[in-house]
Ligand binder design. Structure first.
Ligand SMILES: [Fe+2]
Length: 203
Protein backbone atom coordinates (compact mmCIF):
# COMPACT_ATOMS: atom_id res chain seq x y z
CA UNK A 1 0.00 0.00 0.00
CA UNK A 2 1.02 3.58 -0.42
CA UNK A 3 1.83 5.42 2.83
CA UNK A 4 1.02 8.93 3.91
CA UNK A 5 3.95 11.28 3.30
CA UNK A 6 5.03 13.16 6.42
CA UNK A 7 4.24 16.88 6.58
CA UNK A 8 7.34 19.08 6.32
CA UNK A 9 6.17 21.09 9.38
CA UNK A 10 4.04 20.66 12.52
CA UNK A 11 0.30 21.37 12.49
CA UNK A 12 0.70 24.57 14.47
CA UNK A 13 3.65 25.98 12.51
CA UNK A 14 1.61 27.93 9.96
CA UNK A 15 -0.25 29.97 12.57
CA UNK A 16 -1.59 32.63 12.21
CA UNK A 17 -1.88 32.21 8.42
CA UNK A 18 -3.41 28.74 8.63
CA UNK A 19 -4.66 27.43 11.95
CA UNK A 20 -3.59 24.24 13.67
CA UNK A 21 -7.12 22.91 13.18
CA UNK A 22 -7.08 23.72 9.45
CA UNK A 23 -3.79 21.92 8.88
CA UNK A 24 -4.61 18.94 11.13
CA UNK A 25 -8.02 18.39 9.54
CA UNK A 26 -6.69 18.93 6.05
CA UNK A 27 -3.90 16.39 6.50
CA UNK A 28 -5.41 13.79 8.84
CA UNK A 29 -8.92 13.75 7.41
CA UNK A 30 -8.83 14.89 3.79
CA UNK A 31 -5.46 13.64 2.56
CA UNK A 32 -5.63 10.39 4.55
CA UNK A 33 -9.11 9.77 3.18
CA UNK A 34 -7.88 10.14 -0.41
CA UNK A 35 -4.98 7.81 0.32
CA UNK A 36 -7.22 5.15 1.88
CA UNK A 37 -9.65 5.33 -1.03
CA UNK A 38 -6.79 5.04 -3.51
CA UNK A 39 -5.23 2.05 -1.73
CA UNK A 40 -8.60 0.28 -1.56
CA UNK A 41 -9.27 0.85 -5.26
CA UNK A 42 -5.80 -0.45 -6.16
CA UNK A 43 -6.19 -3.52 -3.96
CA UNK A 44 -9.53 -4.21 -5.62
CA UNK A 45 -7.64 -4.15 -8.94
CA UNK A 46 -5.00 -6.64 -7.69
CA UNK A 47 -2.29 -4.03 -8.09
CA UNK A 48 1.12 -4.89 -6.58
CA UNK A 49 2.12 -1.31 -5.61
CA UNK A 50 5.32 -1.53 -7.62
CA UNK A 51 5.30 1.96 -9.18
CA UNK A 52 6.04 5.39 -7.77
CA UNK A 53 2.71 7.18 -7.29
CA UNK A 54 3.16 9.62 -10.17
CA UNK A 55 3.74 6.75 -12.63
CA UNK A 56 0.13 5.68 -12.12
CA UNK A 57 -0.87 8.60 -14.36
CA UNK A 58 0.74 6.85 -17.33
CA UNK A 59 -0.52 3.40 -16.44
CA UNK A 60 -4.22 3.89 -15.87
CA UNK A 61 -5.11 1.34 -18.53
CA UNK A 62 -3.81 -1.34 -16.14
CA UNK A 63 -6.96 -0.85 -14.04
CA UNK A 64 -10.61 -1.72 -14.63
CA UNK A 65 -12.21 0.93 -16.76
CA UNK A 66 -15.05 1.50 -14.28
CA UNK A 67 -12.51 2.33 -11.53
CA UNK A 68 -10.26 4.65 -13.52
CA UNK A 69 -11.99 7.95 -12.76
CA UNK A 70 -12.14 7.15 -9.03
CA UNK A 71 -8.47 6.15 -9.08
CA UNK A 72 -7.59 9.42 -10.83
CA UNK A 73 -9.60 11.50 -8.36
CA UNK A 74 -8.06 9.92 -5.28
CA UNK A 75 -4.57 9.80 -6.78
CA UNK A 76 -4.87 13.55 -7.38
CA UNK A 77 -6.08 13.96 -3.82
CA UNK A 78 -2.81 12.44 -2.62
CA UNK A 79 -0.21 13.90 -4.99
CA UNK A 80 -1.77 17.38 -5.16
CA UNK A 81 -1.67 17.64 -1.39
CA UNK A 82 1.92 16.37 -1.30
CA UNK A 83 2.92 19.20 -3.67
CA UNK A 84 0.83 21.75 -1.78
CA UNK A 85 2.60 20.95 1.51
CA UNK A 86 5.93 21.40 -0.26
CA UNK A 87 4.70 24.77 -1.58
CA UNK A 88 4.21 26.29 1.89
CA UNK A 89 6.51 26.51 4.89
CA UNK A 90 6.95 29.19 7.53
CA UNK A 91 10.64 28.50 8.23
CA UNK A 92 12.49 26.83 5.40
CA UNK A 93 10.94 28.81 2.62
CA UNK A 94 12.85 29.74 -0.46
CA UNK A 95 12.12 32.28 -3.18
CA UNK A 96 12.45 31.32 -6.86
CA UNK A 97 16.14 31.26 -7.79
CA UNK A 98 18.52 30.36 -10.62
CA UNK A 99 16.73 28.83 -13.64
CA UNK A 100 13.25 29.22 -12.19
CA UNK A 101 13.76 32.88 -11.28
CA UNK A 102 15.13 33.53 -14.76
CA UNK A 103 12.12 31.81 -16.38
CA UNK A 104 9.66 33.73 -14.16
CA UNK A 105 11.32 37.03 -15.04
CA UNK A 106 11.34 36.15 -18.74
CA UNK A 107 7.69 35.24 -18.81
CA UNK A 108 6.14 37.52 -16.15
CA UNK A 109 8.76 40.31 -15.91
CA UNK A 110 8.91 40.17 -12.12
CA UNK A 111 8.04 37.97 -9.18
CA UNK A 112 5.28 40.35 -8.12
CA UNK A 113 3.70 40.27 -11.60
CA UNK A 114 3.85 36.49 -11.45
CA UNK A 115 2.13 36.54 -8.06
CA UNK A 116 -0.59 38.90 -9.34
CA UNK A 117 -1.24 36.64 -12.31
CA UNK A 118 -1.33 33.58 -10.03
CA UNK A 119 -3.86 35.35 -7.75
CA UNK A 120 -6.00 36.35 -10.72
CA UNK A 121 -6.14 32.77 -11.99
CA UNK A 122 -6.82 31.43 -8.49
CA UNK A 123 -9.78 33.78 -8.11
CA UNK A 124 -11.15 32.80 -11.51
CA UNK A 125 -11.36 29.12 -10.51
CA UNK A 126 -15.00 28.11 -10.17
CA UNK A 127 -15.70 25.57 -7.44
CA UNK A 128 -12.98 23.40 -5.94
CA UNK A 129 -9.54 22.86 -7.38
CA UNK A 130 -5.93 24.01 -7.43
CA UNK A 131 -3.71 26.54 -9.14
CA UNK A 132 -0.41 25.17 -10.38
CA UNK A 133 2.81 26.62 -11.68
CA UNK A 134 3.82 24.17 -14.41
CA UNK A 135 6.31 23.61 -17.15
CA UNK A 136 3.97 23.25 -20.11
CA UNK A 137 4.03 21.23 -23.35
CA UNK A 138 6.07 24.02 -25.04
CA UNK A 139 8.64 23.82 -22.24
CA UNK A 140 7.53 27.20 -20.91
CA UNK A 141 6.32 28.20 -17.49
CA UNK A 142 2.58 28.54 -17.16
CA UNK A 143 -0.02 29.05 -14.43
CA UNK A 144 -2.97 26.71 -14.78
CA UNK A 145 -6.11 26.08 -12.78
CA UNK A 146 -7.33 22.51 -12.44
CA UNK A 147 -10.78 21.45 -11.26
CA UNK A 148 -11.37 19.10 -8.34
CA UNK A 149 -8.34 16.79 -7.94
CA UNK A 150 -7.11 16.94 -11.54
CA UNK A 151 -3.35 17.20 -11.95
CA UNK A 152 -1.56 18.97 -14.84
CA UNK A 153 0.17 15.68 -15.73
CA UNK A 154 -3.18 14.81 -17.36
CA UNK A 155 -2.40 17.58 -19.89
CA UNK A 156 1.25 16.68 -20.39
CA UNK A 157 2.43 19.47 -18.07
CA UNK A 158 4.89 19.12 -15.20
CA UNK A 159 3.60 20.56 -11.90
CA UNK A 160 6.19 22.54 -9.90
CA UNK A 161 4.22 24.39 -7.22
CA UNK A 162 0.55 24.63 -6.23
CA UNK A 163 -2.09 26.23 -4.09
CA UNK A 164 -5.10 24.36 -2.74
CA UNK A 165 -8.29 26.33 -3.52
CA UNK A 166 -10.71 23.84 -1.97
CA UNK A 167 -12.77 25.44 0.80
CA UNK A 168 -11.34 22.97 3.34
CA UNK A 169 -7.94 24.67 2.79
CA UNK A 170 -9.02 28.12 3.95
CA UNK A 171 -12.62 28.35 5.14
CA UNK A 172 -11.96 27.97 8.89
CA UNK A 173 -9.52 30.88 8.73
CA UNK A 174 -10.84 33.11 5.99
CA UNK A 175 -14.47 32.08 5.32
CA UNK A 176 -15.00 33.16 1.70
CA UNK A 177 -12.33 35.89 1.66
CA UNK A 178 -10.07 34.55 -1.06
CA UNK A 179 -8.12 37.83 -1.31
CA UNK A 180 -6.94 37.46 2.26
CA UNK A 181 -6.17 33.77 1.81
CA UNK A 182 -4.07 34.58 -1.27
CA UNK A 183 -2.28 37.51 0.37
CA UNK A 184 -1.31 35.33 3.31
CA UNK A 185 -0.34 32.44 1.05
CA UNK A 186 2.57 34.52 -0.27
CA UNK A 187 3.80 35.00 3.31
CA UNK A 188 4.37 31.26 3.61
CA UNK A 189 4.96 30.24 -0.03
CA UNK A 190 8.05 28.07 -0.47
CA UNK A 191 9.72 27.56 -3.86
CA UNK A 192 12.36 25.07 -2.68
CA UNK A 193 10.61 22.12 -4.33
CA UNK A 194 9.76 24.19 -7.43
CA UNK A 195 13.40 25.30 -7.80
CA UNK A 196 14.59 21.69 -7.50
CA UNK A 197 11.93 20.28 -9.85
CA UNK A 198 12.59 22.97 -12.46
CA UNK A 199 16.34 22.30 -12.36
CA UNK A 200 15.62 18.58 -12.71
CA UNK A 201 13.34 18.91 -15.77
CA UNK A 202 15.79 21.31 -17.45
CA UNK A 203 18.82 19.10 -16.94
FE1 LIG B 1 -6.95 20.07 0.20
Amino acid sequence: MYNIKKLPFAYQDLEPFLSTKTIATHYKKHQVNYLNNLNNLLIKNNYNFSMPLLDLYNNLSYFNIEDQSDILFNLGGVVNHELYWQSINPYQKELPKDLLLEAINNKYESLSNFQNKFNEIAKSLKGSGYVFLVKNEDKELDIVKMANQDNPLLNGQTPLFCLDMWEHAYYLNYQNNKDEYLANFWQIANFKEANDLFNEVNR
